[in-house]
Design a protein around this ligand. Structure first.
Ligand SMILES: Cc1cc2nc3c(=O)[nH]c(=O)nc-3n(C[C@H](O)[C@H](O)[C@H](O)COP(=O)(O)O)c2cc1C
Length: 333
């Protein structure tokens, strides 16, 4: 009991120290928030030397290692934008003062056909994040770097380390709220359902999903080419995160899932009864990009079942920014 109490005291002192040093940067990396879909807090723009293009609903992570971002562009109407090989992405408040919260510098490395359009693939070169004061931001970066190194030294299994520079770009990327969906796939007797957030619309008619190359569900998606995406009401966040373990399974027993299922309208795939929106998607292209396999899909049927707040993820730095807006009397320096 005494040990627990003193451990609690040390933990409390440690937390107080972190709060003192990091201030508004003392945040978890990933935060769950409930929002209407699509999100309406952050606008994202692709900026070049002479062009600026709104890509709020047209920017995705296509691979984690190397960190590769995808944006769908039209070779006719976006010729100037495509020509610019080193543009940058900006993240701004969508309303109010429209303050700049972050920017990520990009370098175009490849393109993929997207029907009449192109998926332009960019690696992330560097970023700037303005959600928390600079000093606090760097204290936090140093602390996270130290923790990553420490856990790698103690880990017996080799980890696929993301360079710190790229990790900071991911933090900036998650200033724009990203939805988490459940992906259902069936191939013959095998099927699976798992959460994904490296997803999103690209261009005017396509959608991409990035799944790590060693996922046992990957062959199911490659063979069947049919998936159903279920939106998750925020009240079912815990259920969705629990299904993260299915990323390591080749197949699941649909009858043993902790929720009732219904079937998707076009492909008849099992989806949660609680799904607020279900999209049947046909996979058109599969491409390995570094650590991940990118699936380019087209929506065949889009069925909205319910309104309400959906499960989104944001980075803790942006959550700190939001909290500060709600409580302006709290100083953030
Ligand atoms: C909410 C959520 C979203 C995820 N999204 C993706 C994704 O888009 N692509 C992917 O390859 N893996 C995704 N994963 C899988 C995780 O990266 C991880 O491989 C899996 O949860 C197993 O984690 P563990 O090794 O800590 O047990 C997601 C997991 C969770 C919980």
């Amino acid at each position: 009991m005494g040990t627990v109490a003193s451990h609690g005291r040390f933990a409390h002192a440690g937390e107080a120290f972190k709060q003192l040093v990091f201030g508004s940067a003392n945040v978890p990396q990933q935060c769950v928030v409930g929002m209407s879909d699509p999100q309406s807090e952050i606008s994202v723009a692709l900026r070049g030397r002479d062009t600026t293009l709104d890509v709020t609903n047209n920017n995705v992570i296509a691979a984690a290692r190397p960190l590769t971002l995808g944006i769908g562009l039209n070779p006719e109407s976006h010729r100037e934008t495509i020509r610019d090989r080193q543009p940058w992405l900006t993240f701004r408040e969508m309303t109010g003062e429209r303050r700049l919260l972050a920017e990520i510098k990009l370098c175009m490395v490849d393109t993929l056909p997207l029907g009449e359009e192109q998926l332009c693939l960019y690696t992330a070169r560097s970023c700037r994040n303005f959600c928390v004061p600079r000093g606090r931001l760097w204290m936090r970066y140093l602390y996270d770097g130290y923790r990553q190194l420490w856990s790698e030294m103690r880990s017996r299994t080799p980890t696929l380390r993301m360079p710190v520079r790229e990790l900071h770009c991911v933090f900036a990327f998650y200033i724009c709220p990203r939805p988490v969906v459940l992906v259902s796939v069936v191939d013959g007797n095998l099927g699976n359902i798992f959460p994904m957030d490296l997803i999103g619309p690209v261009g005017t008619q396509h959608f991409t999903l990035a799944l790590h190359n060693d996922s046992p569900a990957l062959p199911l998606m490659v063979r069947s080419r049919r998936i159903a995406l279920s939106n998750v009401p925020v009240s079912y966040s815990a259920v969705a995160f629990e299904l993260g373990k299915n990323h390591k399974k080749a197949s699941v027993d649909w009858g043993a899932l902790p929720f009732a299922t219904k079937t998707s309208t076009s492909f008849g795939l099992p989806v949660p009864q609680f799904a607020s929106r279900v999209r049947d998607m046909q996979i058109e292209t599969v491409r390995t990009l570094g650590s991940h396999t990118l699936f380019v899909a087209r929506t065949i049927e889009d069925h909205g079942w319910a309104e309400g707040l959906q499960l989104f993820q944001i980075h803790g730095f942006y959550q700190a920014w939001r909290q500060q807006l709600q409580q302006p009397h709290l100083t953030s320096s």
